[in-house]
Design a protein around this ligand. Sequence first.
Ligand code: HEC
Ligand code: HEC
Ligand code: HEC
Ligand code: HEC
Length: 186
Amino acid sequence: MIFRILYGILLTLIVFGSAFGMIHARANENGVLIRYVGDETCEVCHSSASIGKQFQIWKRSPHARAYRDLESPEAMTIARKLNIANPQKNPRCLSCHTTAAGTHLPNIISTFRPKDGVQCESCHAPGEDYAHYSVMIDPVKSREAGLIIHPGEKTCITCHNSSSPTFKEFDYQRTLAQIAHPIPKK
Ligand code: HEC
Ligand code: HEC
Ligand code: HEC
Ligand code: HEC
C-alpha cells in the first residue's frame, strides 16, 4: 500500500515536471519570454576568423544599414508619396527595417539598439537564453534555448514581400548566397 502511494507521488512529480518543461520550451520557441540582446553581444564571439567573422560580414551587408537607409533621399521620396513625415519613426517602415519592431521594452535588454537595423536576432531569434558559450557550443541546448540555427525562406519573406514599397521579386537561393556567413569547416 505504502509503495503504491509513493509510486503515485513519483508519477505525479514526473508528469507535472515534464508538463512544466514543455510550457517553458514552448514559450522559448515562440521567443515570447526571451529578450533581444543586440548585435554587439554576438560580436563578442562571432568576429574571430576561426569562427567565420559573421559579425563583420553582417556589418557590411544591407541589413546592418536598413535603419540608416530610412533617411536616404530614396526613402524620403517613398515616404512623401505615402504621406509619411519621418520613415525612421513610422511603424510600417520600422517593422522591416529594424529588429524587434513593436516589441515591448521589457523584451529588450539595455545592449540592444534599434538603429543597428536588421540584426542577427531578426533571423536567429532573440538571444538572451542561447548567447552563452556553454549553450552555443551544443546544438541541442542552443535550439532548446530558442536559437534558430537554419533560418529558411519563411524567415526572409516576412520582410521580402510585396508589402515592401520597393519590392520586385525574391529569389531565395540567390539572395541567400549574397548574405552567406558560414562557420568554416575544420
Ligand atoms: C560567448 C560566445 C558566443 C556568443 C555571445 C554568441 N555565440 Fe553563437 N556561437 C558561439 C560558438 C563557440 C559557436 C559554435 C561554433 C562552432 O560550431 O564551431 C556558436 C554557434 C552559433 C550558431 C551556429 C549553431 C550551430 O549549431 O551550427 C549560430 C546560428 C549562432 N552562434 C548565432 C549567434 C547569435 C545570433 C548570437 C547573438 C545573439 C550569438 N551566436 C552569440 C559562441 C557565441
Ligand atoms: C514588408 C517589409 C518592408 C516594409 C514595410 C518597408 N520596407 Fe523598405 N525594404 C524592404 C526590403 C526587403 C528591401 C530590400 C529590397 C526589396 O526587396 O524591396 C527594402 C528596401 C528599401 C529601400 C532601398 C534601400 C537601398 O538603398 O537599397 C528603401 C529606401 C526603403 N526600403 C524604404 C522604405 C520606407 C520609407 C518604408 C516605409 C514607408 C519601407 N521601406 C517599408 C522591406 C520593407
Ligand atoms: C537576414 C537573416 C540573417 C541575419 C541578419 C543573420 N543571419 Fe546568421 N544565418 C542566416 C542563414 C539563412 C544562415 C544559413 C543557415 C543554413 O546553413 O541553412 C545563417 C547561418 C549562420 C551561422 C552558421 C551556421 C553554420 O552551421 O554554418 C552563424 C554562426 C550565424 N548565422 C550567426 C549570425 C550572427 C552572429 C549574425 C549577426 C552578426 C547573423 N548570423 C545574422 C540568416 C541570418
Ligand atoms: C526583418 C526584416 C528582414 C528579414 C527577416 C530579412 N531581410 Fe533581407 N533585407 C531587409 C531590408 C529592410 C533590406 C534593405 C536594407 C537596405 O538596403 O537598407 C534587405 C536587403 C537584403 C538584401 C540586399 C538587397 C536585395 O534584395 O538584393 C539581401 C541579399 C537580403 N536582404 C537577403 C535576405 C535573406 C536571404 C533573408 C533570409 C535568410 C533576409 N534577407 C531576411 C529586411 C529583412
